[in-house]
Design a binder for this molecule. Structure first.
Ligand code: AMP
Ligand code: GLY
Length: 421
């Protein structure tokens, strides 16, 4: 089979690595890929958002199966464009992807379907927003309606910060059109969890739970990022929490979002009143994918084919009881402006460490050397029979790899370890 992977992050590297284990896979292309993916796939220099270019490539190369990593092409209709040309692609249509691409659409959907979520109000003018803020309790959460690459959610501690944020979003349009309409919602307290399912349009299969670390610095301080690390271990959710998530969140969603297929990722807050849905993503999480796929024993290609062909009920997913952890190595300055082009050392040595894989994110390869090319550079991912062992291995390699300006959080998985004590 010939496979096309759309995207260029650590998530896509983990998917490519899992698919490369399949004997049926003859060739993998990645558009545009990165400096690590190129070891297992041929890089194609087509932007992940160039839908026509990608569809033409799939036709010319007779691609058998396409998998899309990021939300933007899904929100823009890559699945519709590929299906129109008769290509097999795993993912939701643009209409279905509104669960992620419009927060207003998503919140209305949660409400209509009785899904537990934070109380909220909508606002599409500055006056409306100010009116809501006058009546609110603090802290309050302000969300831009559209896709904003992780910059669209602000937790305001007081009215002054809240008014300033809505002013920036609605009037100064700091996020462009994405911030022209808002969701203003209740602040929920608790631990977060990421829960993914494969959905085939009729049925679904749950994956193991994971926990992301969104804030830039230790002890969950500093700005929000794309994700600084993740872990997956069976103790993230109790049986009861898992049952609630399936029966009150995932099932009603897939019944209402008719024929949804692809990956559905629920971002949850585990509150004292039970799990509540913060948001849906219509794709795999990054860096959650790196830990989730590390625990998947079933061949990923088979699961993706079943997802595309409505055959998930007959597929049982096998997971290792092992724990997995990933530590994201970032460039100094992330999530702000970063310097790129620094050479990365230690990658060959890291390959020799048992139980560890280094997935590339913002890297590029030139003359056999790897250079940094973005904010999130590498995802050191390790498995272990316990979470402590997985973390120890990941941190050992995180230290071993060198590039100028390297930084990472030192407390990935700490909450998971505390829970096990
Ligand atoms: P979202 O893109 O909606 O997942 O929001 C990004 C992050 O903001 C989440 O992962 C949470 O850490 C935080 N967040 C979003 N909504 C809420 C809320 N209602 N209460 C507390 N934190 C939230
Ligand atoms: N790790 C968060 C996300 O992928 O949205």
């Amino acid at each position: 089979m010939k496979i096309l992977i759309v995207g260029s992050g650590g998530r896509e590297h983990a998917v490519v690595d899992a698919l490369a284990q399949s004997p049926e896979v003859r060739k993998i292309y990645a558009a545009p890929g990165n400096g690590g993916i190129c070891e297992q796939a041929e890089l194609v220099s087509i932007d992940a958002n160039d839908l026509d270019g990608l569809a033409r490539f799939a036709t010319v190369e007779r691609i058998d199966l396409t998998f899309v990593g990021p939300e933007m092409p899904l929100g823009n209709g890559i699945v519709d464009a590929f299906r129109k040309r008769g290509h097999t692609i795993v993912g939701p249509t643009a209409d279905q992807a509104r669960l992620e691409s419009s927060k207003i659409f998503a919140k209305r959907f949660f409400k209509q379907n009785g899904i537990p979520t934070a109380e909220f109000a909508e606002a599409s003018t500055l006056a409306e927003a100010h009116d809501v803020l006058e009546r609110s309790k603090y802290p309050i959460v302000i969300k831009a309606d559209g896709l904003a690459a992780g910059k669209g959610v602000v937790i305001a501690e007081n009215p002054v910060d809240a008014h300033r944020t809505v002013q920036q979003f609605v009037e100064s349009r700091t996020l462009g059109e994405a911030g022209s309409r808002l969701v203003i919602e209740e602040f929920l307290e608790g631990e977060e969890a990421s829960f993914h399912v494969f959905a085939d349009g009729r049925y679904f299969q749950p994956m193991v739970a994971a926990q992301d670390h969104k804030r830039r610095f230790d002890a969950d301080t500093g700005p929000n990022t794309g994700g600084m690390g993740a872990y997956s271990v069976d103790t993230i959710l109790s049986k009861r929490q898992q049952d609630t998530i399936l029966s009150r969140i995932i099932k009603p969603t897939l019944e209402a979002a008719e024929s949804y297929s692809g990956i559905l990722y629920a971002g949850l807050m585990l509150t004292a009143e039970g799990p509540k849905l913060l948001e849906y993503n219509v794709r795999f999480g990054d860096p959650e994918t790196q830990v989730i796929l590390s625990r998947l024993k079933t061949n990923l290609l088979d699961v993706l084919i079943d997802t595309a062909e409505h055959r998930l009920p007959s597929r049982k997913l096998d997971w290792t009881p092992d724990a997995a952890a990933t530590v994201v190595l970032v460039s100094r300055g992330y999530p702000g402006k970063v310097e790129t082009g620094k050479q990365v050392f230690g990658l060959e040595e890291a390959k020799r460490i048992e139980g560890v894989k280094v997935y590339h994110a913002g890297t590029r390869c030139e003359d056999g050397k790897v250079y940094t090319a973005g904010g999130r550079v590498l995802n050191v991912t390790a498995r272990g029979s316990t979470l402590a062992e997985a973390l120890e291995r990941a941190y050992f390699v995180a230290q071993m790899i060198k590039f100028e300006g390297k930084d990472y959080r030192k407390d990935i998985g700490k909450k998971g370890l505390a829970k096990q004590r």
